[in-house]
Every structure is written in structure tokens, then in C-alpha cells.
Design a protein. Structure first.
Lengths: 390, 292
């Protein structure tokens, strides 16, 4: 507790300082000189969800290698990275630095919704476009019925993931009652859970138990015992991999054998290490993409990726990091300028752009309309189950 | 059945708190210093155990011993570098230094290896569940409870039956008088820190095996909870730490069972406040009047 407070004070001091430097500089953004276009990346390179940020970065690097072979109108893209340490306050600071010191033309935002939300206001105020590769919370682009016009994303949004999961539970797994276990400190988990509940109940299902935890908890036996006594046939668990791994491990030890299902927050190799391959059998996730998809675009990407990263198979974060760069590069190309405001306009007009994670088309809320896949964990491996179109 | 399962959950959670609280309370009992870095020594212990198992391919018991030894050395170093120069300073100066050491270890670890979590391999100790009348008890939580009880008895024995224990009690009673009696105060205090930190190291490895996930800031909350447990049982009293830890674990589980899982940590600290108001010496402590 004492540390949080101290960090809080330090952060606010730093932030004020950052904002002031922002004011004193003449213009913000504009990015690079005549040979390069500077873009920023504010990612979780360390901290609790470091595996997301690192994966996105790998995807970004691959895309930059490809694009910089030719360049955009003869200009190369230069990447400026900041590590937000998986903390919202650091994410805010990072974006202030990228915009006011490095003067980037656009920022590729954080992996998680919470850390992206921490940057939204800065990007809006400075009129620099911010694209989050994987921030799925609806309020990132739309707040209280008002569009955040400088904010974009490459992924689908939470309600869609929650709805897909609910339909999969009702129709494919034929379950009638489900429990929901939410990380109450995460906007992402709450968004998915709300959409899941709505769709599941309108499918005729019943939510028999609702429990909550907060990130960084390690002992879940008490709440899992509560859930067990409610006898659900299915448990929806839309958290992040660190806690999800522990929850599934402890649930299986308590004798809870029913399927668990979550969203893209599970997608990390650490999940398998933490939970153990056996515990993860009979669990499902909704995700943006699968390397098992037979689409030619996907297979080309898988090949290029495993050539660059020593045989590694790309996960959804790799794919969305990669796609985000192409999304941005396409807009810079059409704008014909590195001016943040021109890029913002071009991003908003994106239509029918073919990416690894599907055809990209933005709706009026800046949210991509695209397909989702359902993956099943079998023996510690993700297996492609079905593809769901919006 | 559910309530019994919740009690079992509480006891297994509480035995972790008890395990950490033992070292806490022992150091306080002898040196009268609340060693806030204890939770971080616990974290370092977990990481040393992890690297012994994964990098050097050792089994559970060698890893436990290596971790305990390394933490004992770390504890002595912390005492010699950070606390010894302040031995005659005010209590608050030593306390603030302890917080500083705690932050230093946490962020030092992040600096060295990054903040990403690690997962203990799952096959170190077979995880089985025994079922008694519909209540699931995991063998690992029995192991933790057993280890805590064993260490408690061992500590009691060391403090009350051995020569070094006698020296510790003498130093705790009156440092100057002890020195006049020919007791080497510095070595005695070092020994106290060595034993306390070795216990923290052991707790770290056991925590890692049981909960799988370890990370550089993992010591903060268990450290604070163990502090609450130590105060609950009466800080400085070894069986009190055990009882306080178990009681705190049970309270937390029952709070979650009643559907208030988000209030769990809050309740733990409310317990601390209540104890400090109504029974400042803790459950096992005696109220000693200070002579003026």
C-alpha cells in the first residue's frame, strides 16, 4: 500500500513535468526528417503482461523489415520504443515522451485495454493518432457516446469476443448454466463478462454464480469452492494469463472438471507453464487469428515469421503487431504525408485492407469488423476449432 | 461440506502466512526491528529455488537448502550493511531503512532479470488431492502445513534450548548487559538474521512449488499479511506467528466464502487495526506494564 502511494505521487510529479515540456515545445508530432518517418511504440516490454508486448514488438519488427525494403514514397519508417512496464501510469508517461520529445507521427499503443486507456487523452489532446494492436475494450475508441477521433485499433472489440464465447457455449457445447469469474481490476475482463452474460442469457442460459478477484491474487481456492458448489456446466474466465493459469490449476485440484473459456488475454506460452498442460485440457479461447488457418495470407506470414524468429510459430499478438504496422503504413501511403492529422484522416477511411487477421473495415466507431477464431487447448497446444464471422 | 472445504482452504493459505511470519516474528523478538525486507528475502528465495531447479536441474530438497543458505547470507549482509550502523539510532530510522532495503531488493531484482513472472516446473513434488468426505485436500498443502509446524518447533527449540538461543534472549532482554556478560552481540544478531532469512528463503521455495507463479513483487502482499499474522499472534512470540497465520488464512477464506472476495485484503488489515486497538500485545502476548 505504502509503495503504491509513493509511486502515485512520483508519477503525478513526473506527469506534470511531462505535460509542461509538452506545452513548451512548438509543435507536436510531424515525425522524422525527409528520409524517415518516425513512429512510436508504447508496449509492455516488461512487467506482468510482458509476453504480450514482446510478441507485438516481434510482429512490428517483421513488418518494418518488409516495408523498409521499399519504403513509403522512398521514406523509411523509424521505430521509437518505450517500455510501459505493464503499468498504466508508465504508459501515460511513455506516450507523453513519444509525442513531445520524439515527435512521432503516430503511436502504436499498448497491448492491454487498461494501459491503452491511460494514453487516450494524451493522444487526443496532442492530435496524434494512436493505434492499439490488441486493446479490445469498447471505451478506447468511444467514450460516453463520443468518438475519440484520433484513436484506432487493429483488433475486434470485447462485446464481440463475449458474444462469440456465449454462442459457442450455448450452441456448440450445449450448456444451460454457467459461472462467470472476473478480474474486477481490469476493464477488459469486465467488458467481456458483460457481453457474455447478455448473450448467454438471451440464448436461454442461466448465470448460476458470479465471483470476482483482483490482479496479483495468488490463492483462489475460496472463490473456486463457492463456484463449485453452484454446480455450473461451464465457467467463463475472461482474465489475463498470470491469474488464469493459477485459477485453472487450483480449480482442477479442487475437482472442477467443467470447461473454462476466456478471451485473447489467455494467449501466452506462460499460461501453459503456470497451469500445466493437463489442467488446460477442456478449455477454450476466442482469438484474433490462428496459425492453423489455411488462408494463404496467414500461411505466408507464418512462413516469414518463423524464418525471422528461428522456427517460432506466431501467436495472435505477433499477427496483430504485424497487421498494425501495415494498417498504419497503408494510411501513411494514402495520406502521402507524415503529418499526424493527415494520417488520422486516412486511417479513418481504411476499407477492405487485407491483413493476416482478416479483412479490415472500420465501422463508424473506428472499430474493425472482422472474424474471430475459437481455439481449444489440447495437451498444452492450441488447436484451431472454428472460425466465426461477425 | 462447503464450509469444511473453505476451512481447509483457509488453513492451507494460512500456513503460508505462518511460514513467512515465523521469520518476521523471530527477528522482531530478538532485535525489536520490523524487518520490512523480509517479504523480499522471501521473493529472492523463491527465485534462487527456481533457478536451482531449472538451470542446475536440482531436486526439491537441494534447491530448498541452496535457497535457505543463500538467503541466510543475504540476511546477514542486509543486517551488516543497512541495520548495524543504525543500531543506536531511533526505531523509526531503522524502520524507514527497512522500507528502503525492501524497495532496493524489489527493484534491484527487476533491474537484473526484468519484471516478467516465472513458473515453477510442475513435476517437482507430485500434486495429488486426497478426498475425505467430499473435501479435497492437496498433498502439497499438507506438506506446507507440516513444514511450518516443524520449523516452528525447531525455532522454539533453537531459541529456548540452545546456547545461541540463550544469547539471543539475553541480547533481546538487554543488549548492553549482554555485552558485559561476554556475549558477542554482533554475532548473535547476525545469527538471528541468518536464521530468519533462511526461513524466508524456505517459504519462498515452498510458495513457488505450491502456487507455481513467482515474480519480483510477489513478496509485498504476503510480507504484509505475514506482518499482520505476526501482530495478530503477538509479535515476537513464535507459536503466536503460527496461530496468527492460520487464523488470518481462515478469516480470509471465510470472507471470500461469504461472497465478499474483493474485501478479502481489506478485512485482513481491519483485523490488524482491531488487534492494535483492543489487544496490542496480540493473542498470545502478555500485557507488560512498563516501569517508569
Amino acid at each position: 500500500m505504502r509503495k503504491k502511494k509513493l509511486t502515485g505521487i512520483l508519477m503525478s510529479v513526473l506527469m506534470t513535468a511531462g505535460v509542461m515540456t509538452g506545452c513548451s515545445s512548438e509543435s507536436t508530432g510531424g515525425g522524422g526528417d525527409s528520409k524517415t518517418i518516425k513512429i512510436g511504440a508504447n508496449l509492455e516490454l516488461s512487467g506482468g503482461v510482458a509476453s504480450y508486448g514482446q510478441s507485438i514488438e516481434e510482429g512490428i519488427q517483421l513488418a518494418l523489415d518488409e516495408i523498409n525494403k521499399k519504403g513509403i514514397d522512398g521514406k523509411k519508417i523509424e521505430l521509437v520504443k518505450v517500455d510501459n512496464k505493464s503499468e498504466a501510469a508508465e504508459a501515460t508517461n511513455g506516450t507523453i515522451k513519444l509525442i513531445s520529445q520524439d515527435k512521432v507521427a503516430a503511436v502504436i499503443g499498448a497491448a492491454t485495454s487498461t494501459n491503452t486507456l491511460a494514453q487516450v487523452q494524451i493522444a487526443q489532446d496532442n492530435k496524434v493518432p494512436l493505434i492499439t494492436p490488441t486493446g479490445t475494450n469498447p471505451t478506447i475508441t468511444m467514450k460516453d457516446g463520443k468518438l475519440n477521433d484520433y484513436i484506432f485499433r487493429t483488433c475486434f472489440i470485447d462485446p464481440f469476443q463475449g458474444t462469440v464465447a456465449a454462442n459457442f457455449a450455448s450452441k456448440d457445447l450445449n450448456v444451460k448454466n454457467a459461472a462467470v469469474l472476473i478480474d474486477s481490476s481490469s476493464d477488459y475482463a469486465k467488458g467481456l463478462a458483460a457481453a457474455f452474460k447478455e448473450s448467454f442469457e438471451s440464448n436461454g442460459g442461466k448465470i448460476v454464480s458470479e465471483e470476482a478477484y483482483v490482479a496479483k491474487d495468488t490463492d483462489f481456492n475460496a472463490i473456486l469452492t463457492n463456484i463449485k458448489s453452484a454446480n455450473p456446466e461451464f465457467i467463463f474466465l475472461p482474465g489475463y494469463y498470470e491469474e488464469v493459469g493459477l485459477i485453472i490449476k487450483q480449480a482442477r485440484a479442487l475437482g472442477i472438471t467443467v470447461p473454462f473459456m476466456g478471451g485473447d488475454g489467455w494467449d501466452s506460452p506462460k499460461l501453459i507453464e503456470i497451469a500445466g498442460a493437463d489442467s488446460l485440457n477442456n478449455t477454450f479461447i476466442t482469438n484474433h487469428y490462428s496459425s492453423g488457418d489455411s488462408d494463404a495470407k496467414v500461411q505466408d506470414f507464418v512462413k516469414a515469421f518463423s524464418e525471422k524468429y528461428k522456427g517460432k510459430a506466431p501467436d495472435a499478438f505477433n499477427a496483430l503487431g504485424y497487421d498494425t504496422v501495415y494498417f498504419l503504413a497503408d494510411a501513411i501511403d494514402r495520406a502521402g504525408s507524415a503529418d499526424p492529422q493527415e494520417i488520422q484522416k486516412a486511417l479513418g477511411e481504411t476499407e477492405g485492407l487485407s491483413l493476416v487477421s482478416g479483412q479490415l473495415k472500420l465501422d463508424e466507431n473506428h472499430d474493425p469488423v472482422k472474424s474471430a477464431v475459437i481455439l481449444e487447448y489440447k495437451g498444452g497446444k492450441q488447436e484451431f476449432n472454428t472460425k466465426v464471422n461477425p | 461440506m462447503e464450509i469444511i472445504q473453505q476451512l481447509v482452504n483457509g488453513v492451507s493459505l494460512g500456513s503460508i502466512y505462518a511460514l513467512i511470519a515465523l521469520g518476521y516474528t523471530m527477528v522482531y523478538g530478538i532485535v525489536k526491528l520490523i524487518n520490512f525486507a523480509h517479504g523480499d528475502v522471501f521473493m529472492v528465495g523463491a527465485f534462487i529455488g527456481f533457478y536451482s531447479i531449472t538451470v542446475f536441474d536440482l531436486g526439491f530438497f537441494p534447491a530448498l537448502l541452496i535457497s535457505m543458505t543463500a538467503c541466510a547470507v543475504l540476511g546477514v549482509l542486509i543486517e551488516r550493511i543497512a541495520y548495524k550502523p543504525l543500531r543506536n539510532a531511533t526505531r523509526i530510522a531503522a524502520l524507514i531503512t527497512a522500507i528502503g532495503v525492501s524497495l532496493f531488493i524489489e527493484y534491484g531484482t527487476i533491474f537484473v532479470r526484468g519484471a516478467q513472472p516465472e513458473a515453477y516446473p510442475g513435476n517437482i513434488i507430485p500434486a495429488k488431492s486426497i478426498e475425505i468426505l467430499g473435501v479435497k485436500i492437496s498433498t502439497q498443502s499438507l506438506l506446507i502445513l507440516g513444514t511450518s509446524l516443524f520449523l516452528m518447533v525447531l525455532l522454539q527449540f533453537i531459541v529456548h534450548k540452545t546456547k545461541i538461543g540463550k544469547a539471543m534472549r539475553a541480547v533481546s532482554h538487554d543488549m548492553d548487559a549482554a555485552r558485559l556478560m561476554g556475549i558477542n552481540v554482533n554475532n548473535t544478531i547476525s545469527a538471528t538474521f541468518a536464521i530468519g532469512s533462511a526461513l524466508a528463503g524456505a517459504a519462498g521455495v515452498i510458495f513457488g512449488v505450491y502456487y507455481t507463479k513467482i515474480e519480483p513483487l510477489m513478496g509485498i502482499i504476503p510480507g504484509l499479511k505475514a506482518f499482520v499474522a505476526a501482530v495478530l499472534g503477538g509479535i515476537g512470540i513464535i507459536p503466536g506467528a503460527m496461530a496468527g497465520g492460520l487464523l488470518l488464512g481462515v478469516i480470509e477464506s471465510l470472507v471470500s466464502a461469504a461472497g465478499f472476495s474483493l474485501w478479502r485484503d481489506g478485512v485482513a488489515f481491519v483485523v490488524l487495526i482491531l488487534i492494535l486497538i483492543f489487544r496490542p500485545a496480540g493473542l498470545f502476548g502478555k500485557n507488560i506494564r512498563e516501569k517508569v
